[in-house]
Design a protein around this ligand. Structure first.
Ligand code: FES
Length: 120
């Protein structure tokens, strides 16, 4: 294997099967465990998004929050996050990690390597 191939493999990371598409209704989220991480997986307008489930305020479960458009509202104290990139919607610097998602057939996969949000 050449050095160029090794770098490419490290950048892609491992995609782990986490759910079937039909397990998460449109406009909803779900808390899933991926290895040792708690991840919030969302299904919005036919696409799937994954962010860290743990709210940076006091640890509320973002996967159980209400989703409106691309914003999820933390169920504990109402901070909002963009499910496409994990950015806090209040502009105050809050944010959570965001992960790559792939769908193949009926299966949804998540890669725990943090997504490059600037590529959106
Ligand atoms: S724990 Fe999420 S807003 Fe407080």
């Amino acid at each position: 294997m050449q050095r160029k191939d090794l770098i490419k493999d490290e950048q892609v990371g491992e995609f782990i099967p986490v759910a079937r598409k039909d397990e998460i209704p449109e406009g909803k989220g779900r808390v899933i465990k991926v290895k040792d991480k708690s991840v919030a997986l969302f299904h919005v307008t036919g696409r799937f998004y994954a962010i860290n489930n743990i709210c940076p305020h006091q640890g509320g479960p973002l996967g159980k929050g209400k989703v409106k458009g691309h914003l999820v509202t933390c169920p504990w104290h109402d901070l909002q996050f963009d499910i496409r990139n994990g950015f806090g919607a209040d502009g105050g610097g809050n944010g959570v990690g965001c992960y790559e998602v792939r769908v193949e057939g009926d299966q949804v996969y998540v890669c725990l390597q943090t997504k490059d949000v600037w590529a959106l």
